[in-house]
Design a protein around this ligand. Structure first.
Ligand SMILES: Cc1ncc(COP(=O)(O)O)c(C=O)c1O
Length: 399
């Protein structure tokens, strides 16, 4: 199928990142850059730091921002916190925990993995057992992915914190909220998270290229004592009032303009309202997938209903029944809705519906309708009533 350039109307982006960028954010990003001494630059950076603290729900943590994607933030956490040869734990949540673990190993870290089971969030009991067995406290940090964007499962971070505490273990808790920040509840201070890291292109509704992290005093002290060579990522160097130091050079100004605008949109709508909107949208998508799955050609990948994420729904398909890549082509090229494919071991075995960021009921109904249209065009058997079930959720009256 040849992608056509010109389409009438809009193409909907329902990947779990990058996501649609609101016009307000695009417009702000189209401003001219500023000279480095312009006080407006400092005001903008301070607004981004302040907004991020509110979204991370932290009062005092240091916020660092990088001209980098989520992998950059992963690397920042690794080189600031781990000396070569030190051991960290990476609980298995799927594709993204495994990739982060390998990233740490590339820097010389030893990684203790807890087992990952397809369709399940991290195994909290296995984390506790492994930490109890680590009587010498060799493990220095637990690196956990909040929402694994491949499996579509969200792990219970307070339960991970409780497991670390029950084991009486001093390991730092480092959480990847790349796919969950601004979509699922997260409370850095309330949940006892030492480091949280995110990226611009998901529920924060900014184009890709910016990542950020919040670092508490305990993690800062670990970084200060860590001999690992680093410059660009170094938190200690970046902790400064000077913008040039804060960014280790010239800041990515237009992405910061976008971030400032996007954070203002989130805070104006109200973080709790934004989270409630994500919850309802996700439940509408799940209602449709539930109805579709009755014909047997597809099903939820996530086995634990309460762990299915507010950001993305991973739909496992029976490869004998249909090719999810052909379905994606049909929905994107004929019906103008882009959904994502399966990642890693799910490649060719799943598609993923992103439902995070700048999304309203009309858009999610359009997305679900286009998937039904794509399945119809491809001759995929699916249970009826999916759209009606989604409408029922979207039209619930707030209590
Ligand atoms: C949970 C999670 N962590 C990390 C990453 C890596 O981010 P990036 O692709 O921006 O490097 C992603 C990307 O999708 C992700 O979903």
């Amino acid at each position: 199928m040849h992608p056509s350039k010109r389409i009438s109307g809009q193409r909907f982006l329902h990947s779990p990142g990058p996501t649609r960028v609101p016009e307000d954010v695009l417009n702000e990003m189209s401003r001219q850059p500023m000279d480095m001494g312009d006080p407006r630059l400092a005001t903008m950076v301070a607004a981004c730091e302040d907004g991020l603290r509110q979204v991370f729900r932290t009062r005092d943590a240091d916020v660092f921002m990088y001209a980098a994607n989520g992998h950059g933030a992963w690397e920042a956490a690794i080189v600031n916190l781990i000396a070569p040869g030190e051991t960290v734990m990476v609980p298995g949540s799927g594709h993204f925990s495994e990739t982060w673990a390998q990233h740490a190993e590339a820097f010389g870290a030893k990684v203790v993995r807890t087992p990952y089971r397809d369709g399940y969030p991290v195994d909290v009991a296995a984390i506790e057992t492994a930490l109890r067995e680590d009587t010498g406290h060799v493990v220095t940090a637990v690196l956990v992915v909040h929402t694994d964007t491949a499996s579509g499962m969200t792990s219970d971070i307070p339960a991970v914190r409780a497991a670390i505490d029950r084991a009486g273990h001093p390991a730092l808790l480092v959480v990847d909220v790349v796919a969950s920040l601004g979509a699922s509840p997260f409370d850095m201070d309330g949940w006892g998270v030492n480091v949280a890291l995110g990226a611009s292109q998901k529920a924060l509704m900014v184009p890709p290229g910016l990542s950020f992290m919040a670092v508490d005093a305990r993690a800062m002290a670990v970084a200060a004592a860590n001999p690992t060579p680093r410059v660009y990522w170094d938190w200690v160097r970046r902790k400064s009032e000077f913008i040039y130091r804060k960014f280790c050079g010239t800041p990515p100004q237009n992405l910061l303009m976008g971030l400032e605008a996007a954070l203002a949109l989130i805070l104006e709508e109200g973080l709790d309202v934004v989270l409630a909107r994500h919850d309802r949208t996700a439940r509408a998508v799940r209602a449709a997938v539930q109805a579709w799955s009755t014909a047997g050609a597809l099903r939820f990948f996530g086995e634990v209903p309460e762990a299915r994420s507010a950001s993305v729904t991973t739909v496992a398909v029976d490869p004998a029944a249909f090719d999810p890549e052909a379905l994606r082509d049909a929905t994107r090229e004929r019906f103008q809705v882009a959904v994502a494919g399966g990642l890693g071991s799910l490649s060719g075995r799943a598609f993923r519906i992103g439902h995070l960021g700048d999304i309203n009921p009309a858009m999610i109904l359009g997305c679900l309708g286009a998937i039904e249209a794509g399945m119809t065009a491809q001759g995929v058997p699916f249970g009826q009533g999916g759209i009606a079930a989604a409408i029922a959720v979207l039209s619930e009256i707030d209590a």
